[in-house]
Design a protein around this ligand. Structure first.
Ligand code: GDP
Ligand code: MG
Length: 352
């Protein structure tokens, strides 16, 4: 299975023809581990793996110095001591492929989630432009520094601290740890986790900090976003000839949603998507919609922060929900709101 996963990731890296990936899927925790070479990132990850025990964890390493996978990372792989069969390793080249690392990484994360990897740790040196973009893909980023050689100041210079929500002060077995901790806490205002990663010390605290900072980061992003625009079509196959073949959009998902009596095709549109909907039988709401109004825009879907509370608020406020929240494509909860409430648009709300 992991070989199949590795092949699918290679296809993403190479921009090759591949099976569609549902981009709405995401692992529960995506943590970036960044910092200068030698600070102990790989060792910190090793300690986290021990702490995570049997959980399915994927470790992605971004190596800016090598356009090829493998190479410089081999040493890391050999050293990583705590990896069992539940851990998947992969290095990703940050250069040498067209299209940028960030969009590819988004696909890789969806793929990992689909394969049951709920925790993803991304090791990156964090200095290249592509590399920095990784921190925007992670839910939370920890920068690893050490008490030695003014490392913490260097990290600050490299702008690493700006992209981080957690600071790891590693190698606390070395002299100067207490002073460096005080210095970092004062200068960054971020939580500082003391570690001696080579002995596994502090891994539990780091995991807790990553989890709580991730939740804080998500809460800050408490904005709505357009998840997709749903278009009712007579035939997905013939519509794909326009959207996919002629226009050049990429299809990321195609599936039947039995309880809605539709077949769905999702086309990637950057941060949002276009959803083509075809009725699978005459009783489908899509069939009725097309019969009455012809093919065309059927609904607009908003991704809602704090979905459950928003739904409660809508209920209390008298909004006309078309059903209880249901589970849709990609495992997300969703609910439709009647156009009578929304100003004439069928509105779908989706949990983030
Ligand atoms: N003294 C000490 N050395 C450590 C500690 N953690 C890692 N190291 C050493 O620091 C070096 C670099 O570690 P590595 O994890 O490869 O750093 P990376 O380049 O940031 O991934 C290795 O020789 C490690 O054994 C620690 O807690 N204390
Ligand atoms: Mg390393």
């Amino acid at each position: 299975m992991s070989r199949e996963l590795a092949r699918a990731i290679s296809a993403i890296e190479d921009g090759a023809e591949r099976a569609p990936v549902d981009l709405a899927r995401r692992p529960a925790l995506v943590a970036g581990i960044t910092g200068a070479p030698g600070a102990g990132k790989s060792t910190v990850i090793d300690a986290l793996l021990r702490e995570l025990g049997d959980a399915r964890v994927a470790v992605l390493a971004v190596d800016p110095s090598s356009p090829f996978t493998g190479g410089a990372l081999l040493g890391d792989r050999v050293r990583i001591a705590n990896a069992g069969a539940n851990v998947f390793f992969r290095s990703l080249a940050s250069r040498g492929h067209g299209g940028g690392l960030a969009p590819r990484m988004r696909e890789v994360l969806s793929l990992l989630a689909a394969h049951g990897f709920d925790t993803v740790l991304i090791e990156t040196v964090g200095t290249g432009q592509e590399d920095v973009a990784i921190t925007s893909i992670a839910d939370v980023t920890a920068v690893v520094t050490t008490p030695a050689g003014g490392d913490s100041i260097q990290a600050e210079k490299a702008g690493l601290l700006e992209a981080a929500q957690v600071v790891v002060l590693n190698k606390c077995d070395l002299a100067g740890a207490a002073l460096a901790e005080k210095d970092l806490a004062e200068n960054t205002g971020l939580p500082v986790v003391r570690m001696t990663a080579k002995d596994g010390a502090g891994a539990g605290e780091l995991l807790a900090a990553l989890r709580s900072q991730r939740i804080a980061a998500r809460a800050m992003l408490a904005g709505f976003a357009i998840d997709h625009i749903g278009i009712a079509v007579d035939s997905i196959d013939s519509s794909l000839r326009f959207y996919r073949d002629l226009l050049g959009m990429r299809m990321t998902l195609r599936e039947r949603v039995e309880h809605e009596r539709v077949e769905v095709a999702m086309l990637d549109a950057g941060e949002s998507r276009v959803e083509l909907l075809e009725a699978t039988d005459a009783e489908s709401t899509i069939a009725k919609f097309v019969a009455k109004r012809g093919a065309g825009i059927h609904h607009v879907a908003l991704r809602a922060p704090d979905f459950e509370n928003v739904v409660e608020r809508l209920r209390a406020g008298g909004a006309r929900l078309l059903s209880e929240p249901r589970i849709g494509a990609g495992g997300h909860r969703y609910v439709f709101i009647h156009p009578a409430t929304t100003g004439g648009v069928l509105l779908e709300l989706i949990a983030q």
